[in-house]
Ligand binder design. Sequence first.
Ligand code: FE2
Ligand code: FE2
Length: 401
Amino acid sequence: MNKSNSDRKIAIYGGSFDPIHVGHVALAEAAVREIRLDKLIFMPAYISPFKKDLKSTNGKDRCGMIETVLPLNEAFCLSEYELKKGGEASYTIETLQYFDSLTDAELYFVLGFDSVIDLDKWYKGEEILRTYPLITGRRPDTDDSEGMRIIESFRKKYGANISVLEMEPVDAASSEIREMVKNGEPITGLVTEGVESYIVEHDLYKAKNASYCEDIEALERFMKDNLKDTRYRHSLGVEKMAVKLAGIYGANVDKAAFAGRYHDIAKCFDQEKMDDHIRKYSLDEGLIGNPALAHSKVGAAILEHEFGVTDNDILNAVKYHTTARKNMSLLEQITFVADVVEDNRTYPDLKYYQDLAASNIDQCTLEILEYTISDLTEKWRRIDKDTLQAYEYYNNKLFKS
Ligand SMILES: [Fe+2]
Ligand SMILES: [Fe+2]
């Protein structure tokens, strides 16, 4: 239906969005801005679970990720129309016709550059080209003369109305992002912050056997059985913060997640149980009677001896998360800092420390150490030698270099 005289414009943006990345968001924002769309509807495609070659995330999570970008532009919205149609083949032409019948607005279709040049091979692609104005984006820094030639031929042959928007170069592809998450590489900048958090919180795109211990399910059970609710939530908060910091500083995201999640597994042991473990694993006798300090050493010993964790960096991150030590590895430092600045903490300067953690982790480490030392001094409690050495080390690193 030609509604080019309508004063309202709506676009449907179709794709797998697995995950939605900054390139998708940039095209959507450019389309709203330049075509003056009143509404842009993200329409995640249904992907059959029987398509074995396509390992896709379920529709709920793809929608969940899209929902996190909706606040970025008031024209953005989400439709689950194709997902809900499910198993019935959902052809784009049918989706467009359905939405066209619902509205008086002029209906556009947004799609990636590679898709638009393939459009005449789609089911009733010719009809889409003849009927609906299309919006796509191209990067000015790539040679797409062949693609532009095809688009020109569509314009001539079908009278297609195709707007090609010039886009900032964005190096994001969903398949690469999935692979990067699987390999524990940071994806900061390739997806929005909200999508990144969603991926972490919902454990998406992980190879399910990627783990640093022999039996992850047993470790999960141990954690649930041994931690109180608030401590469990704190552990998940530390995992999330550690992953964020790993992304910022280029540490291994999976190791940061693991160390963050399990750093406090011995925290809720009563004194007797704690002391038994200190003896069992021949840890420093000086830890006996000091569960606040012992839980990190006991936790590391449990991970190593009861769950077969062999990665020394992870073990040290857990072992020193309470005291810190001089010259910590990046993973140790991230775990130490994330423990203090995770979102569930409630002290008044939390936001200050979170910003500092994200902008200067050495400075943040030093300020946490400073606070710890003055707090322990005030309470007349012994300060661990590792803490004092760490303070001296980071003070020198920051101010005497
Ligand atoms: Fe702890
Ligand atoms: Fe903790």
